[in-house]
Ligand binder design. Sequence first.
Ligand code: TNX
Length: 513
Amino acid sequence: MRKISVLSILVILMSMFQSCSEKIETDLTQTAFIPKPTSVTATGDGYNLTKASLIYVQEGPAGLLSTAEFLAEKINQLTGNSAETKTTNSTPSKGVYISIAEDGELNKQGYELKINKNLISIKGADAAGCFFGLQTLLQTLPVANDNAQPLYVPTGTITDSPEYYYRGSMLDVSRHFFNVEEVKQYIDFLAMYKMNVLHLHLSDDQGWRIEIKSWPKLTDFGGQTEVGGGEGGFYTQEQYKELVQYAADRQIMIVPEIDMPGHTNAALASYAELNCDGKARELYTGTEVGFSTLCTDKEITYQFIDDVIRELAEITPGPYIHIGGDESHVTAHDDYVYFVNKVQDIVKKYDKKIIGWDEIANAKLIDDVTVQFWADVENTTMGVEKGAQVLMSPAARAYLDMQYDSTTHLGLHWAGYIEVDHGYDWDPATLVEGITKENILGIEAPLWSETVTNIDEVEYMTFPRLPGYAEIGWTAPAERNWDEYKTRLAKHGKRFEALGIDYYKSALVPWEE
Ligand code: TNX
């Protein structure tokens, strides 16, 4: 009897000792931030997040409240608090404070995150900057806190801003359809790493995925299958708007793509009149490319495109519409050029800017066009000569559907294998001769989905490469090198696991046990 109680006292003492000695990280420079911030200085103390109960938002500027609410939700999840948000017109002395910097004080999309014992201040150049500052703050914390440990944020100051304006990823929802919940999950992944664009590849040979009210068969018929013969699907305009809002709350814009004149079999199957021979095509569930084309000399084709772009522009608040333009192998060159010229005018009429795959550089190119470099250097440099900006998505470096190595059970390898180091270790501004930083709008990592059928497979191809693309877009090349990056990435493995992300455990990364 006596023995047991001595033992239990001992156990209690030992566990007390253990929790007292639990090391609280107070050195902000030790956090494995991805993307790497411009500057981090530590002051060696800790802010007790468990005590955070009020998140103040500067009164006036738009777009801050969604960031505050996002933060409140995270804090409450982690600490069990019931932190609330509140607007104020003066800097508080305690809690968390989100505000906008003076004009010119910080670079666009940039922020200053200042943590001291009593106050966490997130000051953004704009609303986007505030959200990115919040993401940095979240990286100082675990993603989950199941045993409700007290949480401290190391004190210090971070100032930070991105190298490129546009940092994105593309999800091909046509070859395989991903539903609203899955797309939201993808948006969450982008948000964690300060990416600000989701490009949705909404139409291709295998399926049309966005409701167009004036051409209902596009989805009623053309949306009903996918690669392999599954049932496909589509987004109603209401669902698309829901995605746009969900993304916007995370400072992400959606760039919708309607691929044309090739990659259009789903439309050609839905409406016979879009074919030059007036005959509807069969639905297609294979993975060949380059066999379909809209009829470029029919009036109805341009009426169709006008309707599609008009409806899409109405539900897309972002400035861009992507017109595809790739691999139109069965469209005669002159017809292709004529077509792309006409489509640019239609997009412009609806006040949107154009992005297209690098082939569109063969057309005239109106003002403010962006060519997305994926394969052809000549096309891309021709685009630059015609005054276009470049979006960098080199297939051999940035395609998320490329296999990691020859043992990867998903994906393709026509552009080569992309191990995690190969995906990370390049500079958009020096990769292609003649294309320099001034020409580059940003970078995008596309995930084509011929072989990718569900969100677990999306995760496997995306992680751990996505954080690397986020860092390429955000961090200056002089501040990046693989050997240092891989040690930071290694610390994110636990975060992926806690989030249930099914990632590729590359042997090149020293993952922490
Ligand atoms: C090429 S990249 C394509 C897509 C395929 C992809 C597969 C581009 C503009 N076109 O149609 O899905 O390869 O990696």
